[in-house]
Design a protein around this ligand. Structure first.
Ligand code: OXT
Ligand code: ADP
Ligand code: MG
Length: 579
């Protein structure tokens, strides 16, 4: 603990009393460190600059960003990878609001993070007296996160930090906002008294053990299935129940379908993967076991033409309010996935699970058809690269890699990369997630590189890259082993759309056709490549990964080939009036 020594002098300048004082800022740093926080992602300024300096002084890494949203995204993905809350530090009002999008995105995705922000003194805010960057931040944050707290007194700092950590990681993980007023940050406190307030929460993410009845009900329904399917979601990836999930799937022989960020939890080339027969298994499965996946838009809400109308659902989730959100759940298992999978695997001994061979054969047939379609797409050689020919160049490199993280954002760039690039290990694919949000790419890439020390390959659409591209400087400043690939088709979805008004302004989806994103990294001393063929891309990516240095590859894509909104064009509102 740091301290300030204050000497009280009497009139003849002799020291009469020495008292060791500390202050709110130091107590916050101390509380974070004692709770195992080793990294803070943020952007500094009034009133938190010294807080970041003190953190660095005591050995907490401080990763300074160019924009709070990216810092927040880095914190969030670190939370997903480690099950410990990632910390994002922001300044008041505008900095806080810049970070809030990332906090909300973390909450919607179930990533544990804490946004800590400096804020104005209460008296000025409450009387609306016009403070520098004044905003009632704690109340603004409330709808966007799991919990929003303000610490007013230095003696409450340890409690405030403990509450924030517990709220972020217990139950369904998510974002927490922690408001630190200017008055608190400079509030003095006796060092020994402050020390006595310190503690770390015991068992912040307690196991949530499901009832035996819920496990038996689920296994009975599973045993009655003719065409069962497991859907693995990012909640399963987060839980880190990897071994039991593998045992459950392999022991029963049940086909599985990974959601995007659950790819690699079971290897994508596993014989039981039904990823290449997605539509077929959703339309035909009679029992679906959802393991940490929600029946939201990404699964067409579990209804409609994409689903067997008679399907029964078994759902494993830590948040019981998730059950029946879109469809009735025949067998809800309320519990954490580690405990639930443990009981399900043990329960297999007393249940006779037998998968109908016809179901397996039909899936295999469907996969063969789609595998061929995929091979045809990958093997084209258009004069200007399309997404698939470019991804062939990427796949040639990444199929041989295991020890790297893949970050991915865009529309076509996202959907096509997801389907082409196989993942072989859990929690290695990090992407736009539940909101399909652009701008996560650079924050996720930096967060993954800092948290794991591993190589990161991030594949961005040119529009997506623009949301956080200035973080290239952050990558270079910290000399991170990140290779950024920009799929440059000169547009949002595509680059050749006309201006319907006939004017000279570019269309709403058009970006600069001849933009050279590779030039950006040159400004910061990083390595750049500009590639126009799959072979050039393969060569550049091989060299980039081997260098373990910041690299940006601008990959020229035909502006005419993208689909509107990638694979989710059906979600665009239908226009009634035809032009
Ligand atoms: O079922 P069938 O038989 O058809 O087969 C399926 C699979 O079984 C099969 N398949 C395979 N076959 C063989 N081999 C393999 N390996 C294989 N894998 C799969 O293929 C088919 C199709 O499979 P898929 O894709 O899994 O199935 P489907 O039905 O499409 O899946 C449905 C979904 C919903 C699960 C899936 O599509 C999905 O996960 N989608 C996520 C979509 C998403 O999140 N998109 C991002 C948002 S789009 C839009 O919002 C954008 N914006 C607006 C914006 C946003 N988002 N954020 C902010 C802050 N501001 C604005 C913007 C600005 S995107 C965007 C920028 C776009 O431009 P860029 O330049 O960045 O990107 P480009 O598009 O490249 O230009
Ligand atoms: P995906 O997008 O991959 O389908 P979602 O984010 O929609 O995944 O769903 C993840 C679900 O997993 C959430 O409902 C969340 O409550 C749940 N979840 C997260 N962590 C755990 C855990 N440790 N145990 C049980 N359920 C969890
Ligand atoms: Mg694009």
């Amino acid at each position: 603990m740091f301290h300030i020594e204050i000497n009280f002098m009497n009139t003849d300048q002799t020291q009469v009393q020495t008292q060791n004082l500390t202050d709110g800022m130091h107590i916050v740093v101390d509380a974070l460190k004692r709770n195992g926080i080793d990294t803070i992602y943020g952007v500094v300024g009034i009133p938190v600059t010294d807080l970041a300096r003190h953190a660095q002084e005591v050995g907490i890494r401080y990763i300074g960003f160019r924009h709070e949203q990216s810092a927040g995204n880095a914190a969030a993905i670190s939370g997903f990878l480690t099950k410990k809350p990632g910390i994002c530090l922001t300044v008041s009002a505008p900095g806080f609001l810049n970070g809030l999008t990332a906090l909300a995105n973390a909450t919607i995705n179930g990533f544990p993070m804490i946004q800590i922000s400096g804020s104005s003194s209460r008296s000025i805010i409450d009387l609306q007296q016009g403070d520098y960057e004044g905003l009632d931040q704690m109340n603004v944050a409330k709808p966007f996160c799991k919990a929003s707290y303000r610490i007013n007194n230095p003696e409450d700092i340890a409690i405030g930090v403990a509450r924030a950590i517990r709220a972020a990681v217990s139950g369904r993980p998510g974002g927490v906002y922690l408001d630190l007023t200017t008055a608190l940050l400079s509030a003095p406190m006796d060092k020994d008294t402050a020390e006595k307030t310190m503690f770390t929460p015991i068992d912040p993410a307690p196991a949530y053990i499901p009832s035996d009845a819920s496990i038996n009900r689920a296994l009975e329904i599973f045993a009655s299935a003719k065409k069962p399917l497991v859907i693995l979601g990012k909640g399963a990836a987060y839980a880190q129940a990897d071994a039991n999930i593998k045992t459950f799937i392999e022991k029963t022989g049940v086909p599985f379908l990974p959601m995007s960020m659950a790819k690699g939890l079971m290897p994508d080339d596993h014989s039981q993967s039904a990823a290449a027969a997605r539509g077929f298994v959703l339309e035909n499965a009679d029992v679906v076991i959802l393991i940490g996946a929600r029946l939201n838009w990404l699964l067409s809400h579990g209804k409609g033409k994409h689903w067997n109308p008679d399907v029964k659902f078994i759902q494993l989730d830590i948040d019981a309010s998730e059950f029946d959100s879109n469809r009735s759940i025949a067998a809800p298992i309320a519990g954490d996935i580690v405990s639930s999978m443990d009981l399900l695997v043990k329960g297999l001994n007393s249940h006779n699970i037998k998968i109908d061979q016809l179901w397996i054969d039909d899936i295999a047939k469907n996969k063969t058809v789609n595998d061929q379609k995929m091979a045809d797409k990958l093997n084209t050689n258009p004069p200007l690269m399309n997404y698939y020919s470019a991804l062939r160049g990427v796949k040639a490199v990444l199929d041989k890699q295991r020890d790297y993280y893949l970050v991915n954002e865009g529309a076509n760039t996202l959907d096509d990369t997801r389907n082409v690039i196989n993942m072989y290990e859990p929690r290695k694919r990090l992407d736009c997630g539940t909101w399909g949000v652009m701008g996560i790419g650079m924050g996720f890439a930096i967060g993954a590189a800092i948290t794991t020390g591993k190589t990161v390959v991030s594949i961005h659409g040119d529009s997506a890259f623009g949301f956080s591209g200035m973080e290239v400087e952050t990558v270079c400043r910290f000399k991170l082993p990140i290779t950024m690939i920009v799929f440059n088709n000169g547009g949002i979805y595509k680059g050749d759309s006309p201006n319907l008004g006939g004017g000279t302004d570019p269309s709403p989806t058009t970006l600069m056709p001849d933009a050279r994103y590779d030039k950006i990294i040159e400004a910061f001393g990083g390595q750049s490549y500009y590639v126009t063929t799959p072979d050039e891309l393969t060569k550049a990516l091989n060299e980039a990964i081997a260098s373990k240095k910041p690299v940006l590859i601008d990959c020229k894509i035909d502006p005419s080939v993208g689909l509107e909104s990638g694979h989710i064009g059906n979600l665009n509102p239908k226009t009634i009036v035809k032009d």
